[in-house]
Design a protein around this ligand. Structure first.
Ligand SMILES: Nc1ncnc2c1ncn2[C@@H]1O[C@H](COP(=O)(O)OP(=O)(O)O)[C@@H](O)[C@H]1O
Ligand SMILES: [Mg+2]
Length: 277
């Protein structure tokens, strides 16, 4: 599926063309594809997937990772860059932090971890705006955006401001998580952003002694939902302590164990996505 964001209808079905926020959508100059990573719930591994996908794509492409989870930024910690401060260049643009070949930007680089939590609408919008306009990403093949969970202001602002090439939704297998990811998928439909596919994270656990697969979270109706909606499953990532340990150490598993099963799953996902877009 080759998707050209500029080909998206400029008139959404329910609003007048002249006042539509989607008319203000801009392509971010120098960035070929922008992919949003979303989820219904927090804690399902959205940041883990965003970081490892960015690293996997980074093997063959120029990639940036924007942490738009204003309320719970993870990128500084995931990349062992908690105390890094971005600099401002001669053109008054913010220079992203570079790690493992990726360009990184996060509210966590700019304010203390506790500060952004008390922000309200206008400040949130301003921060998002800055991230989209005032960061010197340089030429990129892919910008991955790690969104906050759910379908709130940040997601909608983004859909209005940036011509997203597509979105990825992350969920865990059980119906409790699926119920919420459906809402996220529905949101992308409403704002006419192509849903590239779904990542099933913590899909199962492999007992290291017996190699037996254990269903830590019960299998819900994810498969039948995907089939019914004709949605692609982009990857199935097992629950593996090595994944979270790598993140704790500040080098996501794609960087620390590039030949692991999980890293190979992220690589395959990156290849499929690059081909799909
Ligand atoms: N496949 C996995 N196996 C083991 N731990 C995981 C896996 N995916 C995520 N985690 C861990 O679960 C926690 C939540 O993941 P995170 O990516 O921060 O979720 P979110 O961004 O959706 O809130 C983190 O500690 C992370 O390391
Ligand atoms: Mg997160």
């Amino acid at each position: 599926m080759a998707h050209d964001p500029s080909a998206r209808p400029s008139t959404p079905p329910t609003t007048q063309a002249s006042t539509s926020p989607f008319d203000r959508q801009q392509r971010m100059s120098g960035i070929k594809k922008v992919i949003a990573v979303s989820s219904g719930k927090g804690g399902v591994g959205k940041s883990t997937v965003a970081a490892n996908l960015a690293l996997a794509l980074g093997q063959k492409h120029r990639v940036g990772l924007l942490d738009a989870d204003i309320y719970g930024p993870s990128v500084p910690r995931l990349f062992g860059a908690l105390h890094q401060k971005p600099t401002i260049n001669s053109e008054q643009k913010i220079t992203p932090i570079e790690r493992l070949g990726l360009k990184l930007m996060s509210i966590g680089f700019l304010v203390e971890e506790e500060t952004a939590v008390v922000w309200r609408g206008p400040m949130l919008f301003k921060a998002m705006d800055q991230f989209l306009r005032d960061v010197d990403w340089g030429p990129l093949d892919f910008l991955i955006i790690d969104l906050p969970p759910g379908t709130g202001d940040v997601q909608l602002t983004l859909a209005q401001k940036v011509a997203l090439s597509g979105a990825v939704a992350v969920t865990t297998p059980q119906n409790l998580a699926l119920a919420d990811v459906k809402k996220a998928i529905d949101m992308w439909k409403r704002v006419q952003v192509p849903l590239l596919g779904v990542v099933e994270n913590m899909a199962y656990f492999v007992n290291p002694t017996t190699q037996e697969r254990i269903q830590m979270f019960p299998k819900g109706e994810l498969e039948s939902y995907l089939a019914r909606e004709k949605l692609r499953k982009l990857a199935e990532i097992p629950l593996n302590p090595a994944v979270s340990l790598a993140s704790e150490m500040g080098i996501p598993i794609m960087g620390s164990h590039p030949t692991s099963f999980e890293a190979r799953a992220f690589l395959k996902m990156a290849e499929d996505l690059a081909e799909l877009m």
